[in-house]
Design a protein around this ligand. Structure first.
Ligand SMILES: C[S@@+](CC[C@H](N)C(=O)[O-])C[C@H]1O[C@@H](n2cnc3c(N)ncnc32)[C@H](O)[C@@H]1O
Length: 209
């Protein structure tokens, strides 16, 4: 982790109270397409009862709950205590681990998972770090027949992102959004197999193996 942390857990703790109200604003940035993104992540994961699923940056548990409803053995991480507390209310049967995605792997998660999923989290990581974390997840944390599915703020390319940024005016926030035309080659160069779907103007889903 760098000295100046652009996205510390303290940025997220206060958001836990209002997060579920914010994601209901699904016609505006950044949650344009939110429900559809979560639905596609679940569809691509093809969950079955008993399957082990790790949800990274689980937040208030909106994605996790969809896997819990399908009978998965659910593991949820986040670096915000307040977010995890909200998720615990929704999916009390899950295992919860306070962990930073960028830090050393937690001993409590030292196993391989059938699926690893994440929604609206990786855009806090620069591209190099996205690739490093994804590679580690696929090669060391995922079952060889498994899949890593990531739904997030993502654009086909920088020109599309710039056009979109102009269109939303003051709502725009500068973060490390995925650009499919650069992230897919970078992930492939790291040895991963990638498929990508653009879901809304600002969000897409990556499937990695
Ligand atoms: C926008 S919310 C998404 C929550 C949930 N996945 C969803 O789709 O509704 C981002 C979540 O990622 C967590 N997060 C951000 N950076 C993280 C990191 N480096 N390690 C662990 N969690 C992180 C935040 O605390 C927050 O709960």
């Amino acid at each position: 982790m760098t000295q100046t942390d652009l996205f510390p857990p303290s940025d997220f703790d206060p958001w836990a109270k209002t997060y579920d109200d914010d994601v209901r604003q699904q016609s505006v940035f950044p949650f344009d397409g939110y429900a559809r993104v979560l639905e596609i992540v679940v569809n691509l994961a093809e969950p079955r009862g008993g399957m082990s699923v790790l949800d990274l940056g689980t937040g208030t548990g909106n994605l996790a709950v969809m896997f819990a409803e399908r009978g998965c053995d659910l593991w949820c991480t986040d670096f915000s205590e307040a977010m995890l507390a909200k998720a615990r209310e929704k999916v009390p049967q899950a295992h919860f681990v306070l962990a930073d995605l960028r830090a050393d792997w937690s001993p409590e998660l030292d196993r391989r998972f059938d699926r690893i999923v994440s929604a609206y989290v990786f855009h806090h990581l620069e591209l190099d770090e996205k690739v490093r974390v994804c590679r580690e997840l696929v090669t060391q944390r995922l079952d060889p027949n498994g899949a890593l599915i990531i739904g997030d703020l993502s654009f086909p390319n920088k020109a599309e992102m710039d056009r979109f940024a102009k269109s939303v005016g003051d709502l725009w926030d500068e973060e490390f959004y995925w650009l499919a035309d650069e992230s897919i080659p970078a992930l492939e160069a790291a040895g991963l197999t990638v498929s990508y779907q653009q879901i809304s103007a600002c969000a897409g889903v990556y499937r990695l193996r």
